[in-house]
Design a protein around this ligand. Structure first.
Ligand code: DQQ
Length: 714
C-alpha cells in the first residue's frame, strides 16, 4: 500500500443479517478504509486489498460458490482474506486447508471474551496496537463461533487461544493464519460482534482488533507459518532466548509445550530424544512428537516434528507417549493414539537414517481393545485408562508394557508379547499396585540393572520404582522408592551399551497463565545413569558427559568451616553446577541458598538437616505469585557418610543429586535480574564444607540468528 488507506471488500452472501448490516456500517465509518460490497456477480472486487467475509449464520450448504470465487480472485491477485465468525469454515472451500475447525456453534457470551494471543506472535500487525495478549472483544450476546479445539489445521498456524472471564482457555483456538499463493487468509472465529453493545473498553478492543486484522491482511499478506525446519525452530529458540527462566543446558522445546520424553533411541551414531509436543502453544493439547538430536549428549539440535496426529486416523487427537526400538535395522515407534475417548497403541516405522520421516502402519491401532478379562478403569475422558508403551526384545520375542488402572486394585503394568511388533498376545499383568500406589500407572518401564530389574511407574504424583526380579512374565519387588522427590515425571530410558540413560519431564511449577506468558512450558531432566550400587541399592548419577557442559570454574576447589554467619560464595549465575561435600559436625542443619538476590528478597533454600533430611524451600523463590511456594523434601540415607551434593541450576531448574543415590528436582522462578547469588550458613553449631566447586554451565541447544528469530515474527 502506498499510504495507510486501503480498500476492503465486504462480502455479501445473500440477504444481509442484522449482524452483517452492523459490521458493514461499522466498516463504513473507519478512517482510511474504502469499503465496497462484494456481491454475487459483482466484479467490484478488482483491486481490493482485503476481502472480509463476516458470517454469523451456519453454513448449512457449505460456502456459496460465488463467495468462494470472489475470495479466490482476491487471493490470486495477492490480496488478503479475513474470515470472521462462521466464515472461518470456508478455508477448506478455498483450498487452503484440509482440516475444518472442529467446533462450530452458537455460544452465549456473558463475560468479556476474546483472543488469547500467542507471545511468539505478539508483534503480529493485527495486535501491534495492544500491550496485552489478552484481548476481550465481546461481553454479551449470542454469537456464532468457529475454532480448532482438539485438532490443528494441517496448513495453517494458530495465532490465538481464548481468554474468557479473566481465565485463559488456550485450547479454544480462535485465530489461525494461512498463506495461499500470493495471498493470505486470517480466520477469526472469536465472537467479534458489531450488532451488540459492549462495555466501552471491550468495544474499543473489538474495533482495534478488527481493524488490526483487516490492515494486517491488506498491508502484506504473508502470515506466520508453523516453524517446520531446523532454522525456523532455532528462530523460535532465539526469540525466547532472553527469558532468564528458560533452561539452557536442559533440553527444552524450541517454544510451546513439552511433556514426556518418548522414543529414546541411539541410531546411526546419534542420540534421538522425541518428546510430547504441542506446536500450538505452551499448553497440553494436540500432542505431536517433537524431536531433538545429539551426537555426544552435550550439544543438541532441534529437528522437525516427527509424528503428527492424522486427522482420519486413530491418533486424530494426539500421538501420546511411546517408545522406539530397532527392529533389525528399521526404527519402529509404538505410541498411544488418541481419538475421542479411546486411546490405543499405534505403530510407525522410519527408513530415514535421521529419523525425520515416519510412516504410520496401515492397520493401526495394533491392539484394538484392552484385555477383556480386566476391569480397566473408565473415566469421563477415557473409555479405558490404557496407554504408554515400552518395548524390549529377549531372543526372538518382543515384550511390551502398557500402563493402566484396574477397578478395585489400582495402578498396573500389563505385559504383552509379540514375534513381529504388530500382532500382540496379552500375557497378564506384570505387576499390580497394592491399592495405595495410585489408581492409574502411566509410562511403566522395566530396566535390567544386572542382578536386579527396576520397574518404574508414574502415578500422577510420583515416579515410583520397584527393585526386584522379572521372571515368567511376572515382577516380584524386593524394595521400592521414589525416583525423584520433586518436579519429575514420566521418565523413559535409552540403552546405551552397558548403561541406561534416563530422562524425565520436569513440569512447570507455575500456573497456566505464567506458562502462556513465557511462550514455552516443560523441560527435560539431565540424562541420568541408573544402576545398582555394590549394596544392591539404586544409584542415580548424571551421565558422565554432563561434565563436558562445564565452562569456567567460578569457585573452588575449596574447603572451609561454616557457622551461623552467612558466607556468600564468590560465584553468581542462573546456569551453574555446584559440587559440594559437607559434614554437619555439631551443626543441626546447613542451608545452601541459591538464586539469591543481594538483599535476599528472593532466594531458594536447599536445607540439609541432621538425620538426613534434604529439602528445597520455595517460599521466597519468586516474587511472582504465580509460582509454587511449597517445600519439597526427601530423606538422604544412609547417614553414615558426609553429604555429597551435585546441584544443577539452570534458569528455573534446581536438579539435585545427593550421595549419588537420591534426587530432588525443583522448578523455581526468580524474577529479579540480580537473583543469581549463592550463600551458605550453618545452624546450631559448626559444619564443615570439605570441598566445594562451582562452574558456569554452557548452553546445550543451538539457537538461531537474529534473522531466524525475526522470521517467526512478522
Ligand atoms: N502423558 C502422555 C500420556 C501419559 C502422560 C500424554 C504422562 O501418554 O500417560 O501427553 O505424563
Amino acid at each position: 500500500m502506498a499510504d495507510s488507506s486501503f480498500r476492503v471488500g465486504f462480502v455479501s452472501d445473500g440477504p444481509p443479517s442484522a449482524e452483517q448490516d452492523a459490521a458493514l456500517a461499522w466498516l463504513g465509518e473507519r478512517d482510511g478504509v474504502e469499503a465496497v460490497t462484494v456481491a454475487d456477480g459483482d466484479d467490484s472486487q478488482g483491486n481490493l486489498d482485503v476481502a472480509w467475509w463476516h458470517r454469523d449464520e451456519p453454513l448449512a450448504d457449505g460456502t456459496p460458490a460465488p463467495v468462494t470465487a470472489a475470495l479466490a480472485d482476491v487471493l490470486e491477485s495477492g490480496g488478503g482474506v479475513v474470515l470472521s465468525l462462521r466464515a472461518m469454515e470456508a478455508v477448506t472451500a478455498l483450498g487452503v486447508e484440509t482440516v475444518l475447525p472442529d467446533v462450530t456453534t452458537i455460544e452465549t457470551v456473558a463475560e468479556p471474551t476474546g483472543p488469547l494471543w500467542r507471545v511468539l506472535y505478539d508483534d503480529h500487525p493485527a495486535v501491534a496496537d495492544f500491550e496485552t495478549v489478552r484481548i476481550p472483544v465481546c461481553d454479551r450476546g449470542e454469537s456464532a463461533v468457529a475454532r480448532y479445539e482438539s485438532v490443528l489445521p494441517a496448513h495453517g498456524e494458530i495465532l490465538a487461544g481464548t481468554h474468557c472471564g479473566g481465565t485463559d482457555v488456550p485450547q479454544e483456538m480462535v485465530v489461525a493464519a494461512w498463506n495461499a499463493g500470493a495471498g493470505a487468509v486470517l480466520g477469526v472465529g472469536t465472537p467479534l460482534l458489531f450488532g451488540e453493545s459492549a462495555a466501552p473498553s471491550v468495544a474499543e478492543n473489538r474495533d482495534r482488533l478488527a481493524m488490526g486484522c483487516l490492515r494486517a491482511l491488506a498491508g502484506g499478506p504473508t502470515q506466520p507459518e508453523r516453524p517446520a525446519d531446523a532454522a525456523a525452530m532455532a528462530g523460535m529458540r532465539t526469540r525466547l532466548g532472553t527469558d532468564p527462566s528458560r533452561p539452557a543446558y536442559h533440553l527444552t522445546p524450541p517454544a510451546n509445550w513439552l511433556n514426556d520424553p518418548n522414543g529414546l533411541i541411539a541410531w546411526n551414531g546419534c542420540y534421538h530424544v522425541f518428546y510430547q509436543y504441542n506446536p500450538a502453544g505452551p499448553f497440553h493439547n494436540t500432542i505431536h512428537w517433537g524431536h531433538a538430536v545429539s551426537e555426544d549428549l552435550v550439544e543438541w539440535r532441534d529437528e522437525p516434528v516427527a509424528l503428527a496426529p492424522s486427522p482420519d486416523g486413530p491418533d486424530r487427537h494426539g500421538c501420546w507417549s511411546g517408545c522406539a526400538v530397532d527392529d533389525d535395522g528399521t526404527a519402529t515407534a509404538l505410541y498411544t493414539g488418541g481419538k475421542g475417548r479411546s486411546q490405543l497403541p499405534c505403530l510407525a516405522t522410519s527408513e530415514d537414517p535421521d529419523l525425520r520421516e515416519w510412516h504410520k502402519h496401515g492397520d493401526n491401532p495394533i491392539i484394538e481393545t484392552p484385555p477383556a478379562d480386566l476391569d480397566v478403569i473408565e473415566t469421563e475422558h477415557w473409555e479405558a485408562e490404557f496407554r504408554d508403551h515400552s518395548v524390549w526384545r529377549e531372543g526372538d520375542t518382543w515384550y511390551q508394557l502398557i500402563g493402566t488402572g484396574l477397578d478395585g486394585a489400582g495402578g498396573a503394568a500389563l505385559l504383552y508379547s509379540s514375534g513381529d511388533l504388530r500382532e500382540w498376545h496379552y500375557e497378564g499383568p506384570l505387576f499390580v499396585g497394592d491399592g495405595t500406589d495410585g489408581s492409574v500407572w502411566e509410562c511403566p518401564e522395566l530396566l535390567d540393572l544386572g542382578e536386579k530389574q527396576l520397574l518404574h511407574v508414574s502415578n500422577y504424583e510420583d515416579v515410583l520404582y520397584f527393585l526386584g526380579e522379572f521372571e515368567d512374565g511376572r515382577f516380584r519387588a524386593d524394595c521400592r522408592g521414589v525416583l525423584d522427590h520433586g518436579d519429575f515425571y514420566a521418565p523413559q530410558s535409552l540403552k546405551d551399551g552397558d548403561r541406561s540413560l534416563t530422562w524425565a519431564w520436569l513440569p512447570e511449577a507455575r500456573d497456566l497463565e505464567a506458562q502462556w506468558d513465557a511462550g514455552w512450558s516443560g523441560t527435560l531432566s539431565l540424562p541420568r545413569v541408573l544402576s545398582l550400587g555394590p549394596d544392591g541399592r539404586l544409584r542415580q548419577e548424571p551421565a558422565a558427559e554432563v561434565t563436558e557442559l562445564r565452562g569456567r570454574r567460578l569457585a573452588g576447589p575449596t574447603a572451609f568451616d561454616l557457622d551461623s554467619d552467612r558466607r556468600r560464595l564468590p560465584a553468581t549465575g542462573r546456569r551453574l553446577e555446584l559440587e559440594l561435600e559437607l559434614e554437619l559436625a555439631d551443626a543441626t542443619a546447613v542451608e545452601l541458598s541459591v538464586f539469591e538476590s543481594p538483599d535476599r528478597e528472593e532466594h531458594t533454600h536447599i536445607r540439609y538437616t541432621h538425620g538426613g533430611d534434604l529439602r528445597v524451600e520455595r517460599a521466597a523463590s519468586s516474587l511472582d505469585n504465580r509460582a509454587a511456594t511449597d517445600t519439597q523434601g526427601m530423606t538422604v540415607t544412609p547417614y553414615d557418610e558426609p553429604l555429597t551434593l551435585r546441584a544443577f541450576l539452570d534458569g528455573s531448574v534446581v536438579e539435585l543429586y545427593a550421595n549419588r543415590r537420591h534426587c530432588l528436582t525443583s522448578r523455581v522462578y526468580p524474577t529479579r535480574e540480580d537473583s543469581t547469588g549463592l550463600s551458605l550458613r550453618a545452624e546450631g553449631g559448626r559444619a564443615s564444607v570439605r570441598s566445594l566447586s562451582v562452574w558456569e554451565m554452557r548452553s546445550a541447544m543451538a539457537t538461531g540468528t537474529a534473522d531466524a528469530a525475526s522470521s517467526v515474527r512478522l
